[in-house]
Design a protein around this ligand. Sequence first.
Ligand SMILES: C[S@@+](CC[C@H](N)C(=O)[O-])C[C@H]1O[C@@H](n2cnc3c(N)ncnc32)[C@H](O)[C@@H]1O
Length: 211
Amino acid sequence: MEYWESRFKNEGAMWKLEPADSALLALKLFQNSGFRKILVPGMGYGRNAKVFHDNGFKVTGIEISASAVQLAKENGLTFKMHCGSVTQMPFDDELYECIYCYALIHLLNKAERKQFLRNCFNQLKPGGIMVFTVASVSMSLFGTGRKLSENRFRVSKGLEVYFYDNKAVEKEFSPFGLNEIQDIAEPVKFMENQDPILMKLVVCHKPADKC
Ligand SMILES: C[S@@+](CC[C@H](N)C(=O)[O-])C[C@H]1O[C@@H](n2cnc3c(N)ncnc32)[C@H](O)[C@@H]1O
């Protein structure tokens, strides 16, 4: 993913360090479930992973960009970080109570998205919950750039995005315990006077083991 590596290298912590609203919603959900151990794939430089870390969670991050991992460390984040692609998971043999993933899955192609969801589900404890924030067809970016396939566009050089509608979420996430789909307007907290980003919050539950 050269696109992200060069952006982090040139722009640093470009979204500052305030967490997305959906990370705060996931935090509440995970806290209410009594969870303490979380995996954050595609963590960037850790602006969303940080809120879990600050609230006492044992965090493990995965990130493909070495510069982003370096930025996370420079920003004082001390949890375990694996540098590599989520398509190569697992990076450890841990099981996690919860998984939070912001704005990553829609960057992958169809086969990679399926593999990634399977990889996450495999590392989720029975009874665990995973939350994904994904690009929506309601986003202003939808339909811009070159169309690659149904609802997937090269929106700028090196950046390919798959935009989800509810039907696509149901199709892709149902095999992995889909429980809830919410439309969410993410405020852009690092810049003034920006319209919110229209995304979808997808919640999956892994059934608990039967005894
Ligand atoms: C839109 S950014 C979101 C970053 C972070 N989740 C946040 O909220 O600040 C997407 C992130 O996914 C990472 N990424 C993209 N493809 C990846 C892959 N195959 N494996 C791991 N990380 C990936 C990028 O480097 C980037 O950090």
